[in-house]
Ligand binder design. Structure first.
Ligand SMILES: [Zn+2]
Length: 186
């Protein structure tokens, strides 16, 4: 009954590659219902799962797709985008100095004043107190140890970490495709 009230805008389709893995995890590959329906009509995707929500046109009636898979395999990008969320995810949402999980900010390992740049290799997750304590110094100058040398993660690295931090919104029909191998984890 509630499905009838679901706004169309809240009915995106999870997009799987031809191997049934999500096309992208971070950000999660979602298409608007319009793009999903268009791709179905252009015969570029298979419908894997559907919402309860039905849409009508003068001649057709069909359920909105909730999960679609590409007919042609697309080679996934090996490296995820350099975004704030992905830096936090690489660092497991943990301060890389003290291990705190709250009040998180970003710290330049080599301070910007010393020519430090904003890259995967120079930006780490730090809680606000550690960030303040370190100030405009290098970790060595501040006498602070870094738990993990920052690196550019692969899509696989983030995917591994992401299992512990699922996206906020998961339609029930997506779950099998997002974490289908979760039980293989130790
Ligand atoms: Zn800290």
């Amino acid at each position: 009954m509630q499905a009838r009230q679901t706004s169309l805008e809240n009915c995106p389709a999870l997009v799987l590659n031809a191997d049934y893995r999500p096309l992208s995890y971070y950000p999660l590959s979602l298409w608007s219902w319009q793009d999903a329906v268009k791709a179905v009509f252009m015969d570029r995707v298979n419908i894997v799962e559907e919402y309860d929500r039905v849409i009508h046109s003068p001649s057709v009636e069909f359920a909105l797709p909730s999960v679609i898979s590409l007919k042609r395999y697309v080679k996934p990008a090996p490296y995820p985008a350099f975004t704030r969320f992905n830096v936090f995810l690489r660092d497991r949402f943990t301060c890389q100095y003290c291990g705190a999980k709250n009040d998180l900010t970003f710290d330049h390992l080599v301070p910007r004043a010393y020519g430090g740049i904003t890259t995967w290799e120079n930006v780490i997750t730090a809680c606000a107190p550690c960030n303040l304590r370190k100030g405009g110094r290098t970790p060595a100058e501040a006498g602070m140890a870094v738990r993990q040398i920052p690196f550019r993660p692969t899509a696989f690295d983030l995917q591994e970490r992401g299992r512990r931090f699922p996206p906020n919104y998961l339609h029930e029909s997506w779950r099998d495709y997002l974490y289908w191998d979760a039980e293989l984890q130790p």
